[in-house]
Write a protein that binds this ligand. Sequence first.
Ligand SMILES: NC(=O)c1ccc[n+]([C@@H]2O[C@H](COP(=O)([O-])OP(=O)(O)OC[C@H]3O[C@@H](n4cnc5c(N)ncnc54)[C@H](OP(=O)(O)O)[C@@H]3O)[C@@H](O)[C@H]2O)c1
Length: 227
Amino acid sequence: MHVVVNAAQSVDGKLATRRREQLRISGSEDFDRVDRVRAAADAVLVGVGTVLADDPHLTLDEEDRRVERLRNGRPGDPARVVVDSTGRTPTDARILDDAATTYLLVSAATDRDRREALADAGAEVIVAGEERVDVDEGFEKLANRGVDRLMVEGGGEVIFSCFEAGVVDELHVYVGSLVIGGRDAPTLADGAGFTERFPDLTLAGTERLDDGIVLSYEVEEAGDGES
Ligand SMILES: NC(=O)c1ccc[n+]([C@@H]2O[C@H](COP(=O)([O-])OP(=O)(O)OC[C@H]3O[C@@H](n4cnc5c(N)ncnc54)[C@H](OP(=O)(O)O)[C@@H]3O)[C@@H](O)[C@H]2O)c1
């Protein structure tokens, strides 16, 4: 599976404010770029933290792109994926509506009743991991369902876990011209952090869009994680 991480951050590396409220970091040119990356993906993934903070829908903005996908025999919108160990996704979350397939990656810690409630609300529930969602196992199960190209949109906890698991192939970061600050504000990669070995990035391109810049990297190796 090919994994593309895409996020927008401030110059000081924050994805949102310390209140974890959604913030407009980029502009219309970058929204269009993100829509294009989404349209190329089989599925778009977020963590449950992002679902609870932003209630995203994650479907395509441009009808032309939906039509093009349908013409190519694909679903109009990419599938949506939530990484959610205990099934905290609200049953009325927008991501569970019938606009596209939604996979909920949960761990064995989500009890049967909760799994059933989420399935009734529209999710296809996939169990991967014991206490926390196991990224490797979850992605393998997504691949078995035909997800060849996965876009990871955040937030910082999930992006870190993807780097730690060594599953990231490309990273695209939009750097907007603002300073958010706050030691508790989410950053591009939170989690436990790396200490000695860091993911191996190669700068593959830069593009100026709106009042900011997109940095594109190819990613080779995983970092050392908590070990
Ligand atoms: N600027 C951007 O591009 C952008 C994009 C997305 C989000 N955001 C912002 O980011 C913030 C949310 O980010 P976040 O870091 O708090 O949350 P997140 O990364 O969206 O979700 C983290 C949660 O996912 C669950 N999870 C399950 N398995 C996991 C695993 N293996 N690794 C990591 N997480 C796992 C955990 O909750 P459980 O333990 O309950 O499973 C964890 O707390 C919001 O403020 C949102 O606005 C910004």
